[in-house]
Design a binder for this molecule. Structure first.
Ligand code: NAP
Length: 267
């Protein structure tokens, strides 16, 4: 039997739903001390996470925080310090993806997306740096996207720009934090079946499924597994990198390159 990994102190920003909930659950089930945030964290959500705790004395804490607020980074660092007493892994997953054609784009639309998807993450890393430096193996894991860094989609010019900016930040942050033994990496999901994506409607989901060589959307757990890898010991020499988890969606040169997936055999 392999030895239990040492319990680490982990913050998941945007950890209440969708991909973030899978990240939160993954770390809790592995026995780590976890603080999750969201604009709201309903009691029922926190209680569900607490039932997943796997060891005596494990901390499973929540802190309601709007990442777009100007003081969110300082409040996050203070909450992590008081509720976890330290920080080994900072997962920055909160993101918004409102669809808005460029012809209708306003200053407010751009500000909203960049405030949550980029600025809050840069400032969170800066504010949590003193805590991460205390760790023997600090880790920052960003949730990026294929949209922006690798692909485009009509209506998401601001979102795509924010996700590409996130990776620009990641590369220099990785260099600045390397001397402290802190790695900074990202996971770039393709289309993942989450509440947030459900809002895009049935037609969008069908169209996307057709463009994915593996023939389906990702499950949130498949993204969380990549985040767990980057946060763990086995990724100790990886920094400034992106793992794309997209079922091959960014590979085809044309729609014909996506081969039909056979229907499951009836037993
Ligand atoms: P989701 O279901 O809408 O969940 C978003 C999470 O972020 C929730 O926990 C939400 O909590 C939190 N959040 C949103 N705005 C926030 C704010 N201002 N302050 C604090 N927390 C906030 O989204 P998802 O589909 O899981 O996406 C999660 C991440 O993956 C995002 O960064 C997204 O860009 C990225 N991504 C998703 C897909 C996909 O197909 N789903 C694909 C590529 C990348 P509250 O609502 O309580 O604030």
């Amino acid at each position: 039997m392999s030895p239990q990994p040492q319990a680490r102190k982990i913050a998941v920003v945007g950890g209440t739903r969708g991909i973030g909930a899978a990240i939160t659950s993954t770390f809790i089930r592995a026995g780590h001390d976890v603080l999750l945030t969201g604009r709201t964290v309903p009691d029922v959500v926190l209680e569900k996470f607490r039932t997943e705790a796997s060891r005596e004395g494990q901390a499973v804490e929540a802190f309601a925080l709007d990442s777009a607020a100007p003081d969110s980074a300082e409040r996050l660092a203070a909450a992590v310090s008081s509720l976890l007493g330290g920080l080994d892994v900072l997962c920055l997953n909160a993101g918004v993806f409102p669809n808005k054609p460029l012809a209708e784009m306003t200053y407010t639309d751009v500000r909203e997306v960049f405030a949550v998807n980029v600025e809050s993450q840069m400032l969170a890393v800066a504010a949590c740096l003193p805590l991460l430096r205390e760790s023997t193996a600090g880790r920052v894991v960003l949730t990026s996207s294929i949209t922006g860094p690798l692909t485009g989609f009509p209506g998401w010019s601001h979102y795509g720009a924010s996700k590409a900016a996130q990776l620009g930040f990641m590369r220099t942050a990785a260099l600045e934090l390397a001397p402290h033994g802190i790695t900074v990496n990202a996971v770039a999901p393709g289309n993942v079946a989450t509440e947030g994506l459900d809002g895009m409607g049935e037609e969008y989901l069908t169209q996307m499924t057709r463009s994915i060589p593996l023939g389906r959307l990702a499950q949130s757990q498949e993204i969380a597994d990549a985040v767990e890898f980057l946060a763990g010991e086995r990724a100790s020499f990886i920094t400034g990198q992106v793992i794309t988890v997209d079922g091959g969606q960014t590979l085809p040169e044309s729609p014909e390159a996506v081969l039909p997936v056979p229907a499951p055999q009836q037993s």
